[in-house]
Each structure stands twice: as structure tokens, then as C-alpha cells.
Write a protein that binds this ligand. Sequence first.
Ligand code: KG4
Length: 384
Amino acid sequence: MLVLGIESSCDETGAALVRDGRYLLSNVVASQTEIHNRYGGVVPEVASRQQLATIIPVLETALEQSGCDWKDIDAIAATYGPGLAGSLLVGLTVGKTLALAHNLPFLGVNHLATNADCEYMEGDPIFPLICLVISGAHSELVLVRGHGQYELLGRTRDDAAGEAFDKVARILGLGYPGGPAIQQAAQHAEEELKQQQKSPLLARNAYRLPRAWLRGTYDFSFSGLKTAMLHLAEGVVENQQSHVSSSGDGKPGSSGPQTTQYRRMGAQAAQRGTINIGLLAASFQEATVEVLAVKTRLAAQEYHVKQVVLAGGVAANISLRTRLEQELRPLNIRLSYPPIEFCTDNAAMIASAAYFHLCRGEQHGLDLDVQPGLSLPFRLKVAK
Ligand code: KG4
């Protein structure tokens, strides 16, 4: 069965042709990151207008690269949530219209479930498994008991992991999207240490940053870490300003104990001349990765799973992958993740996931609407 997949949930426009859920014939992604970089984040109105401008060329290219014709396609699938309403609307409307015009079955796909369902994987998933969904909008630890059977173990109480990467990258002046920018800056910092014959691991704890363990839960929180980074950066700036203006007393800001702690850290580092964006990025990345990896390992142990699956844009992070491997290998737990290009938004995963649903006879009517706030269809937690 040949499925045309369409993805337009945020700032990427994707079209892909996938045969039998696993054989990729073409996968085209037009990214808007350069446009949104200017604003330091995605501007929803701009994103949906750009989706409109790119969807047809992206579809035409995907069809051309696959070497297929409309008559070869057996079904069309498009993301219907979660995401930005205006962006989702473009891909979903185009998908439904093409299905109507070519008299083909249509399926709306829950973008979050594409990885969690594990059907893209070579080899059978080992249920129950733990799936860590980490993207620009989600940080969820999910127990997957079988295809489509999800139990929510924990989620972020404030910022999503990817959102924290994006916001901290903005604070550090590293641009958008923040995840790859922070990863690269951290890698550079580690390379520099290696060249100085020092352990690259020193970069990761160059600045001691807070970790929200929220013990006894599988919830996450990244806003405290993000705020610590902000105060640290403010401390640096204040210190620099106090050097410029002779009237300044050189002391960091004093608006509360926690604020002061990280402001002082920033100011002191600036005074010592040891402030370094790469080391800051590496320390932030380490604080985020440590909490994600340790909590995932604890959940895997508690629920006696034999496999952990990563999903979402942050799953592309090399440090996270490495740390999780280190946590899980001694326990004989397999770690699976999609290739890097399939971690962020793409239509190949949509077409692949759709195939397995279509095989089960599932299909949507053309009245299917976008669901920007769609989540995984969680079941109530059942006894272990
Ligand atoms: O799943 P995704 O493509 O889209 C939505 O959330 O819509 O995830 C995008 C997020 C962004 O926050 C981006 O900064 C983050 O994934 N990301 C990364 C990396 N690559 C992308 N975060 C950390 N490390 C990376 N290498």
C-alpha cells in the first residue's frame, strides 16, 4: 500500500511517499527556521502563511522524487493535531481535498503518536515500554502497554524540554531553534577543553545549575533552570555595565535569595573573565539531560520494561541519547529512537503511522477538523 503523508503542524511543511509503512520513496521537508530565527521563535501567523506558500511545491517535489503517479497512491494521510491551528489547517485541508479529488481513503494522524506507536521500528517493540515524548511543546513520560495503549506517568508542569532549549538559546544569543544551537555550542566547548588536554566533561558542570527532581513523581519542570540561566546572564550584563559606569557599585542585583544566587554566579564569572557561552550551553544541556535520563531510567525500572523509546525534536539530542544509553545498558534495557531527520516534524512518520491504522480498517471522514490541543489518548493508570 502506497501512502502519501502530509505534515504541517508547526513551521515545517512535509510530504512523503511511503510503501507498506516502511519503505521510503521520498521525503521532502521545507523548513521555515530561517524566517522565524529573526523573531527568536515561531510566529504562528507567519508559519501558516508560509505553509500555504510551500505546500503545493513540496507535494509536487515529493511526488516527482518518488517516481510515482497519482494512480499509484492508495491513501492520503495528514496530521490533524497537535500543533498550530492555522498551520494544521493547511496540510489537513490539502490532504482531504486531494483524497476527494482522487477518490482515495483519508486518515488524520495524531502527530504525537507517530513515534510512540513504535510501528516505524525495525523489529517488534517489546511491550510494555516507556516512551519519552520531548518536543517544543511536550515533555511526557508514557507507559505504552501495546499499540495505541498509553498511560501517562508524568509530564512537564511548566515549560516543555524543547521550549526550555529554545528560550535559553535566546538568552545566550544562540538563535532559533535552540536545541541544535545549544548542542553545537556545548560540543565546541568540549572540543576546546580536549585541545587544552582537559576532560571535556568539565564543560558540563562548569556552572552548577538547579535540577527539579520533583521526587516521588515522574513530572518534569524546566522553568527554574531557565530562570537560573536568565539571572546568570543578567549578572554578567550587570557586571559589565558596572565596569562601564563608574557610579555602579559592582554588586549583582538583590531581588530575592535565588535571584541573587545566580546573578552573583554570573557576575563573579564575568569578574574572573571565565564567562563562556559554550560552557553555559554545556551546563544547561547537562542539567536538562540528567533529569530526563534519570527519571526515564527510574520509570523503566519501576515498570520492569525492556525497551525505552524516544520521540519528538529533543530526541535528536546526542547528549541525551548517550546518557540514556549509559543509564539503560547496565539494566539490559534497549533504547530506540528514530534517525535524527525523523525526530523533528516530517511527513514520512505520518505516512508510516497511517499505513498501520489503514491496515486495521481505520479511516476518517472529510469532516475531520484540526485539533491543536490533541494529546495521546491516555487510559487511566492501571495497577502494576
Ligand atoms: O518535535 P518538534 O520538531 O516540533 C514541535 O515541537 O513542534 O521539536 C522541535 C523542538 C525545538 O524546541 C528544538 O529546539 C528541539 O526540538 N530540538 C532539539 C534538538 N533538535 C531539535 N533539542 C535539543 N537538542 C537537539 N539536537
